[in-house]
Design a protein around this ligand. Structure first.
Ligand code: SER
Length: 327
């Protein structure tokens, strides 16, 4: 069912072609009506994903181009998803910092100057580090991020809070765990293995995992991530008590556990472990997350555990990617 957003304005999604953006943009179009959605991405090639709404090629580092779209289209909300993730960021630290910080500051400034009603910006479990509590990590846990991505997310959280306190910009944020969906591949993250493993299992190929068998990390099925995002953005302003970013939890599992969940569908599926530099990143992150603030403030409740997620992905992915399950 569609609801009209306030003032009949438009929502601009920046980084719409990415793993999260692909699904969130569609969910926003389904919820608010496709005429209210503007997709944008720095890669013009992803335009083909957005035959249902207006699309712009946009580099978020180009503030004038961002302002042009906001003014021309009458944008009243921005979802800014473009970032370089943890693993790729370690290969290009300065570039990751420039994009992750510069992009956010451009969005916050445009939001301030153009009186944008609401902004969404994703943070991550990467804000935590080796000395954070590992289990049921609290909202306010000590944070010593050890990746450029994590440092940029932690700094970004404080910029969001600053723009809210100083200028009244209604910016809201979630600390996503690893996101797992079947409609888009992940790219450049430490939790990507949990997306890739499904493709290998379904294609009946051996999977080489870049983390060890028992690296336990917080994860979330994409449907839950979309649900959490829409719920947060719909919540009354006065309910939002956290203006840095909310802890949100879905499930936690290790590579061995996701492998076991796939064996019941693909009994011959094989895995081998070849941990690389991403192991050190994973070792610095929480194993599970305490999201009681999200539950209290806007009734967050995840729906998917590992078993339900695997069932949903095995059911949908082969057809979505045109893999022949019985070959
Ligand atoms: N999924 C992200 C990554 O692995 C964490 O936010 O970098």
């Amino acid at each position: 069912m569609q609801t009209n957003i306030s003032l009949m304005g438009k929502i601009l999604v920046i980084g719409a072609g990415g793993q999260l953006g692909t699904e969130l943009t569609k969910a926003l179009a389904d919820k608010y009506g496709k005429d209210h959605i503007i997709a944008s991405d720095f890669q013009d090639a992803v335009k083909t994903k957005f035959d249902y709404c207006t699309f712009y090629a946009l580099n978020v580092m180009d503030k004038a181009a961002l302002e042009f779209i906001v003014t021309k289209e009458g944008v009243t909300q921005i979802y800014h998803l473009a970032a370089i993730l943890s693993a790729l960021g370690e290969k290009n630290p300065v570039q990751a910092w420039d994009l992750n910080m510069g992009g956010l500051l451009n969005v916050l400034e445009v939001a301030r100057e153009h009186k944008i009603e609401k902004v969404f910006w994703p943070s991550s479990i990467a804000v935590f580090g080796p000395h954070s509590d590992k289990d049921n990590t609290p909202q306010q846990a000590f944070k010593d991020p050890n990746t450029v991505y994590g440092i940029s997310k932690l700094a970004g959280e404080h910029w969001c809070e600053y723009y809210f306190n100083k200028y009244g910009v209604d910016v809201r944020s979630l600390r996503y765990p690893g996101l797992i969906g079947y409609k888009s591949l992940a790219g450049g993250g430490t939790t990507d293995y949990a997306v890739d493993i499904y493709h290998k299992a379904i294609k009946e190929e051996k999977f080489t995992c870049f983390l060890t068998a028992h690296s336990y990390l917080p994860m979330m099925y994409m449907d839950d991530a979309i649900h959490a995002t829409l719920q947060l953005m719909e919540a009354p302003k006065e309910n939002i008590s956290i203006r840095t970013s909310y802890n949100v939890s879905g499930m936690s599992f290790s590579p061995d556990e996701i492998y076991q969940s796939l064996l019941s569908y693909y009994p011959n599926f094989e895995i081998e472990y070849q941990p690389d530099f991403r192991q050190q990143i994973a070792d610095g992150w929480p194993r599970s997350i305490d999201d009681s603030n999200a539950k209290k403030d806007w009734n967050w409740q995840p729906q998917f555990d590992l078993k339900a997620m695997t069932a949903a992905i095995v059911d949908n992915l082969p057809q979505y990617f045109n893999y022949n399950k019985n070959k």
